[in-house]
Design a protein around this ligand. Structure first.
Ligand code: 4AD
Ligand code: MG
Length: 461
């Protein structure tokens, strides 16, 4: 079987030769003596046109086929210089592998993304979702390539964990108990002691703490895996299950961390523009008209870097624009993040040195006693795409902060050990993979960049 992509990339090798392709019908037009089939095999954004004739014994069977049917086509690739596409297949044989029922939901018209979400098993056969999921796959590969080329070790951190890495209490519990029939202790209260072999566990919200242990052995590591958050936020940017990339670098500070994040994002953009030009052109024409120029600008400029305190000063000047007014100490909402990136700087912005109260316990405290060495990377159209920090490496400060945050020291013994045995300054960040896919495709809803989304209230298929 020849892939359509192969043919488009190296037409000289295939012209005037017989090839076989396998794919699904996008459209079919027939007349009395011949017909045209547009077929997509998933290897390439562009489909292939096939011409078939009534000299074929199953001519009528072919002409009866509906959109969505699976075919194997064998024929000669011929040049068609006048047509929209530079070549087509003159079929010798068309085998109907699987007919498609006439109520196939993807007829040749535009369907809304909302509707397509209800058929997540069929939407990958549409142009838009072919483009989205191919780009998603390429971004994943680009990320691995970026880190592997620099010698980072890929660590598989666990999905079932015993500690809350973010200390935010947004975890899905994992249990082996029959929740309708929880055993009772003598006084009649539920006895969870048999839960997951006697320990309370949950699905990971972040692999960072495990990642840090490996960074203290390998120097540079990254994780890339699914994470889960039981936050009940029904937005276009939050999912209950999403993927995160978390590099961690030893002997590095916040500046190094931002340099790494910026280099990574630029690398991914460049890679995808090179490897998926047809898809990126499609997004720019049909999904987000400013996309190409915005990404071009990102490649050719430095990200802005401002402190949280500076950001608040800038935002306070235009507080009347916002639903949520900001003052020093408030967390930035999406509207503020978007103002900074879309109105003020028109490019990605790192905001650094947030108040310690609104950030996680593990972030390194700054000398001012008020802020921590944190950074969020904000991008136009989305807001926060990356969150990271330098980590607290002073044992006493870390202990004190954990106590303030009511964290149970016993669960974090391993983490404190890292500060006891050969602690170094180190830093890392988390890139939200879905937000990255949204950023590169211009897609506006996280539900449309995950093959089978799990968001508050949805778990179809
Ligand atoms: O800012 P967050 O919570 O940071 C961490 O988890 C750190 N442990 C990362 C680190 O330093 N190693 O999450 C990181 C990123 C966010 O910037 C966002 O892009 C994404 O993960 N994210 C979500 N994406 C989709 N749905 C959600 N519910 C998300 N929550 C966070
Ligand atoms: Mg964050």
């Amino acid at each position: 079987i020849t892939k359509i992509k192969e043919v488009f990339r190296n037409p000289q090798e295939y012209l005037d030769k017989e090839i076989t392709i396998g794919g699904w019908i996008r459209s079919l037009r027939d007349s009395k003596t011949f017909g045209f089939i547009v077929i997509n095999d998933g290897s390439y954004f562009e489909p292939m046109q096939v011409v078939y004739h009534d000299t074929m014994e199953n001519f009528e069977q072919i002409s009866k086929q509906n959109v969505g049917a699976a075919l194997m086509v064998t024929g000669t690739l011929v040049a068609t210089p006048q047509a929209k596409q530079p070549f087509e297949i003159q079929a010798r044989e068309v085998v109907v592998e699987g007919a498609s029922a006439p109520d196939y939901p993807l007829q040749k018209k535009r369907h809304s993304f909302e509707y397509l979400r209800t058929i997540s098993h069929l939407r990958p056969r549409t142009n838009t979702f072919q483009a989205v999921f191919r780009v998603r796959s390429l971004i994943a590969f680009a990320i691995h390539k970026f880190f592997q080329e620099q010698g980072f070790v890929y660590v598989h951190t666990p999905i079932i964990t015993g500690s809350d890495a973010e200390g935010a209490g947004e975890m899905f519990q994992v249990t082996t108990l029959d929740m309708k029939n929880v055993p009772q202790t003598e006084d009649g209260s539920p006895d969870y002691s048999q839960d997951f072999f006697g320990k309370e566990t949950s699905l990971t919200v972040s692999g960072q703490l495990n990642g840090e242990t490996f960074a203290q052995a390998f120097g540079d590591i990254y994780t890339f895996g699914p994470t889960f958050r039981a936050e009940n936020s029904n937005t276009t940017r939050h999912a209950a299950e999403f993927w995160m990339i978390e590099p961690e670098i030893a002997f590095a500070d916040l500046e190094d961390d931002m340099d790494l994040a910026e280099a990574m994002l630029k690398y991914i953009i460049k890679y995808v523009l090179e490897e998926a030009p047809e898809e990126m052109k499609f997004f720019n024409s049909f999904v987000d008209k400013g996309l190409a120029s915005r990404l071009e600008l990102v490649l050719n400029s430095d990200f802005e870097r401002i402190t949280y305190t500076k950001a608040i000063e800038l935002l306070e000047k235009v507080n009347d624009k916002f639903e949520f007014k900001v003052t020093w100490g408030s967390d930035l909402q999406t509207e503020h993040e978007r103002y900074l990136t879309e109105q003020l700087y028109k490019k990605p912005v790192f905001v650094t040195d947030y108040p310690k109260e609104i950030k996680a316990f593990y972030m390194k405290q700054n000398a001012d006693g008020k802020t921590v060495a944190a950074m969020d990377c904000l991008v136009p159209g989305i807001g926060e795409i990356i969150g990271g920090s330098q980590r607290e490496d002073d044992m006493d400060k870390l202990r004190a902060r954990m106590e303030e945050c009511n964290l149970d020291e016993g669960e974090y013994d391993f983490y404190l050990d890292l500060r006891k045995y050969g602690s170094t300054k180190h830093a890392g960040f988390g890139l939200g993979f879905e937000r990255c896919v949204m950023y590169l495709t211009g897609m506006g809803n996280i539900r449309d960049v995950v093959p089978f989304p799990r968001t508050a209230g949805t778990c179809d298929l």
